[in-house]
Design a protein around this ligand. Structure first.
Ligand code: IPE
Ligand code: IPE
Ligand code: MG
Length: 239
């Protein structure tokens, strides 16, 4: 039996389908997702999970209609403003993994920077919101950073490479939860999920609650993580 995962990451998927099932616009699904986000943060916090990452917007999500993108930007801003103080009061360090200074509206970029600064010394849990995030982009940027810093080729190792990724102190992901029954990585934290365990609950993200989260933790505990090695049979009897 495994213990608690140290780092859980959620691909919060299925908002559009949740809305379609109710003959509502896709934006209604995004709005309903806030309850799930808060429930999962509370559940992870209560369980004592030190690292929680949430995939909120991908580099590919810019391809969505302008109205949906604008809605998501506004929603993230409202969510930050509404919950900043309670996150801080709980000792949660909030970080945003992605470009918060290029295509994101300036007022949202400011709120992101403010929340990051407000909570940067908190130690109880680290909440990373992957927002305008792309796993491949992070890897390409790490390669550029190594080159800019003239790191000799023979000194490029997995460890030194990882130091050039954003937030290099982030531990590898132990468990990924992707809701809505989709079985894809969708360019999410590619480096960090190399040896993660995955769960694919059918439930659509707006319906995801603490109970679903605990089910995923239970499933994780039953896994056997071998990291490429073999498990030697335990000797039985005295024989
Ligand atoms: C996830 O839900 C939210 C974001 C990607 C921002 P979707 O919007 O992808 O919902 P589906 O997959 O269309 O149901
Ligand atoms: C991945 O979901 C991104 C987020 C959950 C934010 P998508 O719904 O955008 O992924 P694809 O397009 O189905 O791969
Ligand atoms: Mg989707």
């Amino acid at each position: 039996m495994l213990g608690l995962p140290r780092h859980v990451a959620c691909v919060m998927d299925g908002n559009g389908r949740w809305a379609a099932q109710r003959s509502l616009p896709r934006t209604a699904g995004h709005k309903a997702a806030e309850t799930a986000v808060i429930d999962v943060i509370e559940a992870a916090y209560a369980a004592g999970i030190p690292w929680l990452s949430l995939f909120a917007f991908s580099t590919e999500n810019w391809r969505r209609p302008d109205g949906e993108v604008d809605f998501l930007m506004g929603l993230v801003r409202r969510t930050i403003r509404k919950h900043a103080l309670s996150l801080h009061a709980r000792g949660i360090r909030c970080r945003f993994l992605g470009d918060s200074d290029l295509r994101i509206p300036p007022d949202l970029a400011r709120d992101i920077a403010d929340l990051t600064t407000l909570t940067r010394d908190n130690t109880r849990m680290t909440l990373t919101v992957a927002f305008d995030h792309g796993g491949r982009r992070d890897i390409v940027r790490a390669a550029r950073s190594l080159i800019r810093n003239r790191v000799p080729a023979e000194q490029v190792t997995e460890e030194s490479f990882a130091h050039h990724l954003p937030y290099p102190d982030t531990p590898d992901v132990d468990l990924v939860i992707r809701t809505s029954g989709e079985h894809r990585i969708s360019n999410f934290m590619l480096w960090q999920v190399a040896y993660a365990e995955w769960t694919f609950p059918q439930v659509l993200w707006p319906d995801f609650r603490a109970t679903h989260f605990w089910e995923c933790l239970d499933s994780y505990r039953e896994r056997e993580r071998r990291f490429g090695a073999v498990r030697l049979p335990t000797p039985t009897g005295k024989g």
